[in-house]
Design a protein around this ligand. Structure first.
Ligand code: PMP
Ligand code: GLU
Length: 404
């Protein structure tokens, strides 16, 4: 209320200026169209279509039967944090004590907690583009300034140490790095990461290393964790979760692992905002991290089959080019050859128009690159069945052929 008694109406400027998540919006649109009876194919959300593996579901059922249904300690149950610490050592060569781990409601939440923990008003956070839609918006929501570093298809959408060095200023607080990448599927090699690590060390900035797709790798690529480099380990906030590797998107469990004071700050934020994540899902996630990765390997083999199909099929459509994803489950083709073309009096001007055109003409829902900071591309998720992919490709091929 103002001094004169009038009420100040309206949204906060911060929220009014932020974008809603395009990935979630288009996923919701695809669901709505399906519910209305439209025969749509959704290539929207990065959501594995496989069921959560049996042994993980069993752990959740057991948790319910044993009445493990109360609030847990804010940072996550000790057995889950121990399983995560063991996983980080085993898979990633990262040495952390369980007290350096905070479990949250998905990796998305962990990234936000990390930003809340380190960003002051006006601090810059470097984000290579194409980026996952939520990074810049989250930075803005904590009063930081996203600094976008452009990459090209030529450099496989990766930044170089020189590029990073040039972008660092006195105000730089952190870099957000996602490898394997959503939306491009590109994967940094250990050598490339060591090159970036030297700049991180010299400049003293933090890195939020989003490793959510670490298990989804093709063609003999291996995952390398920045936090395994002892020189910069205290500057790295590693984020990961169960959504992608274990087909557990709906269970909402992610974590961050970081220097003690950062973990404590994230703990503090979480303690006031959400408390610990779901107790049953925490038991399930413990089984995921402590159990065998046989199912993960089977799912990745299937993703590779789909990647091979989709990459070959899409790049055989006249006008479409694409980098070949080495990880994650997205193809990010360049569709700019269609800009300026029309069909039925409707002109396609940009990637948003291409996405709209595909919904209208092909009943295929994709995510335009604009939300990812890439104006020439659209994102196709191949975390859906081969039959759906085949249907989508046939329809998109026919639709693109109509653009003259
Ligand atoms: N990071 C990236 C790059 C993602 O694609 C996702 C997908 N949702 C997340 C983080 C968050 O995953 P979740 O919150 O489901 O753990
Ligand atoms: N990360 C997935 C995607 O990019 C799920 C949606 C979201 O959380 O943004 O499609």
């Amino acid at each position: 209320m103002r001094k004169d008694g009038t009420i100040v109406k309206g949204l906060s400027k911060k929220v009014a200026q932020a974008e809603a998540s395009q990935t979630l919006a288009l996923t919701a649109l695809a669901k709505k169209l399906k519910a209305e009876g439209v025969d749509v194919v959704s290539l929207t959300a990065g959501e594995p279509d496989f069921p959560t593996p049996r042994h993980i579901k069993d752990a959740a059922v057991r948790a319910i039967e044993e009445d493990f249904t109360k609030y847990t300690v804010n940072t996550g149950i000790p057995e889950l944090r121990s399983a995560i610490a063991a996983k980080l050592k085993r898979d990633n060569g990262v040495a952390v004590d369980p007290s350096q781990i905070v479990v949250s409601n998905g990796a998305k939440h962990s990234i936000f907690n990390a930003l809340q923990a380190i960003v002051n008003r006006g601090d810059e956070v470097i984000i290579p583009a194409p980026y996952w839609v939520s990074y810049p918006e989250m930075v803005k929501l904590v009063d930081g300034v996203p600094v976008i570093l452009k990459t090209t298809e030529k450099s496989d959408f990766k930044i170089s140490p020189a590029q990073l060095k040039k972008a660092v200023t006195k105000r730089t607080k952190a870099l957000i790095l996602c490898s394997p990448s959503n939306p491009t599927g590109s994967v940094y090699t250990p050598e490339e990461l060591k090159g970036l690590a030297a700049v991180v060390k010299a400049s003293g900035i933090f890195v939020i290393a989003d490793e959510i797709y670490e298990k989804v790798l093709y063609d003999g690529m291996t995952h390398f964790s920045l936090a395994s480099i002892p020189d910069i380990a205290p500057q790295v906030i590693t984020v990961n979760g169960v959504s992608k590797a274990y087909a557990m998107t709906g269970w909402r469990i992610g974590f961050l692992a970081a220097a003690k004071e950062i973990a404590e700050a994230a703990d503090k934020v979480q303690s006031q905002v959400t408390s610990a994540p779901n107790s049953i899902a925490q038991k399930a996630a413990t089984a995921a991290f402590a159990g065998s990765d046989d199912e993960v390997m089977k799912m990745t083999a299937e993703f590779k089959r789909r990647r091979d199909f989709l990459y070959a099929a899409m790049t055989s459509i006249p006008g479409i080019t694409s980098s070949k994803p080495a990880g994650a489950f997205y193809l990010f083709p360049n569709v700019s050859a269609f800009f300026g073309k029309s069909h039925n009096g409707l002109k396609v001007r940009n990637c948003d128009d291409v996405a709209q055109f595909l919904i209208k003409e092909a009943q295929v829902v994709t995510v335009p690159g604009s939300g990812f900071g890439a104006k020439n591309n659209i994102r196709l998720s191949y975390a859906c069945s081969m039959a759906e992919l085949e249907k989508a490709v046939t329809r998109m091929r026919d639709a693109f052929a109509k653009l003259k």
